[in-house]
Design a protein around this ligand. Structure first.
Ligand code: SF4
Ligand code: SF4
Length: 425
């Protein structure tokens, strides 16, 4: 008797998807299982990440997907021109490893993972066009590399100073050029109504985020920081209306939880403000270590979360050109990324967050290879010291191997914050 056993040979694309699905599900399961008091309405977000990253489910069908390489490409304009913004910042170690063959070993893992993703061409929602702002050097160079993989990549000039009138004018012009290129690509003209509607819709999404933050300012914190990173990361690619519905449901549940005094951390768990290189799904290594070490992240200063939602577009006149200028001003002024020559706004913001959210300390993550975050750490550390706010600086990457060493440092810092709390009593 003969038995026919067919072994399907796994293609490189299938292998990559399998590895990415493993990374994604490992994190989702950890969040679901390791923390007490799970939030029912977070299931929408867990399921969303599972559908997109484990089942490779496309979300946007025939809609034109407009890839953005960084936070500085206004979603308001993309929606107004009937596109869907897809932020391409990538947090997968699988993609980081692919990118490592194409970029210097010491490059930023976020950039390597983004380039690795494009090199594999393996997208559930493939971008039809990519806009790449000239922010940090590595992102700027990555745009040109991605183009070689057959993508249409358009640079958007971004100034490296933000205080002067000249830089403001420079970016306003840049945003008008971006609008006209996208409008040409879409074969659609920007109308006053569409732009006003999309500003209003994003403003409403921001207002929901702001409401969420009020719960985190309270002594009884009903939601984990890691859940908040998931929510804000979902905004990178989700259908905006679905995201809004899920947020409304979540806020209703948080209201009930806060009335019932459900606190997701311990009695003396230190409250942390998180800053630095952005946590991007599924690279939540540091947030996960923090919250597994009996601390709670109550606020952040990162471009994958707070920085996306904090500042609203302020419009004086609802005319197309005025709206475009207001959008441009918001994206430039609100940005506290260390790409700028001087960046005092970032220090002010961290101190403000620490006070507003009654934080016990700040944890500053810089990706190894990110020169600007590494360079800015000294000035931030000095400012925190002056303000009497304890701070821990850590360098990390996407590799899973660093876990033990990082945990030891984070745990020691958290213990010192607890001692400080006890001594204050
Ligand atoms: S860290 Fe700065 S340059 Fe990098 S994606 Fe965020 S805002 Fe853009
Ligand atoms: S972490 Fe640093 S190198 Fe990486 S994208 Fe942000 S600014 Fe650029």
């Amino acid at each position: 008797m003969s038995t026919n056993i067919h072994h399907k040979i796994e293609s490189p694309k299938d292998r990559q998807n399998r590895h990415k699905a493993m990374e994604a599900i490992k994190l989702i399961n950890t969040i679901k299982e390791d923390f007490k008091f799970p939030i029912k309405s977070m299931e929408y977000f867990y399921d969303l990440f599972e559908r997109v990253y484990c089942k490779n489910e496309p979300l946007h069908g025939d809609k034109v997907k407009v890839g953005t390489m960084c936070i500085q490409i206004p979603s308001e304009i993309i929606y107004a021109l009937d596109g869907v913004p897809i932020r391409l910042c990538n947090g997968f170690y699988t993609d980081d490893e692919i990118g490592s063959d194409l970029l210097p070993q010491k490059a930023c893992p976020l950039v390597k993972a983004t380039v690795g993703h494009f090199a594999s061409g393996n997208f559930s929602d493939k971008p039809d066009i990519v806009f790449s702002p000239t922010t940090c050097d590595q992102k700027t160079k990555a745009g040109a590399i991605i183009e070689k993989f057959g993508h249409e990549v358009i640079d958007v000039d971004f100034p490296r100073t933000k205080e002067s009138e000249a830089s403001r004018e420079f970016f306003r012009k840049s945003i008008r050029e971006f609008t006209s290129k996208l409008s040409k690509f879409q074969g659609k003209k920007l109308s006053r109504k569409n732009l006003k509607d999309s500003i209003s819709k994003i403003g409403y999404a921001q207002s929901l985020y702001h409401k969420l933050t009020t719960y985190r300012q309270s002594d009884i914190v009903p939601i984990l920081g890691i859940d908040v990173f998931l929510i804000t990361n979902a905004f990178f690619f989700d259908k905006i209306d679905n995201w809004i519905d899920a947020m409304e449901a979540l806020l209703e549940e948080l209201e009930v939880r806060s009335k019932e005094k459900i606190h997701v951390a311990g009695k003396i768990s230190p409250r942390i403000v998180y800053t630095g290189s952005p946590p991007i799904f599924p690279n939540y290594k540091i947030p996960q270590i923090i919250e597994q070490s009996d601390a709670i992240i109550v606020a952040d200063e990162t471009c994958s979360s707070n920085r996306m939602f904090n500042d609203m577009v302020a419009v004086d006149e609802w005319l197309v050109n005025d709206m475009l200028d207001s959008i441009s001003d918001k994206y430039l002024k609100a940005c506290t990324c260390p790409i700028f020559t001087k960046n005092d706004d970032r220090i002010r913001r961290i101190i403000h967050l620490a006070k507003q959210y009654k934080a016990d300390g700040v944890i500053y993550q810089a990706f190894a290879g990110c020169t600007v975050y590494e360079m800015e750490q000294r000035s931030v550390l000095e400012a925190m010291e002056k303000a009497g706010i304890p701070i821990l600086y850590i360098e990390s990457d996407y590799s899973p191997s660093q876990h033990g060493q990082l945990s030891t440092r984070v745990e020691a810092f958290i213990e010192s914050l607890k001692t400080r709390r006890r001594n204050k009593k």
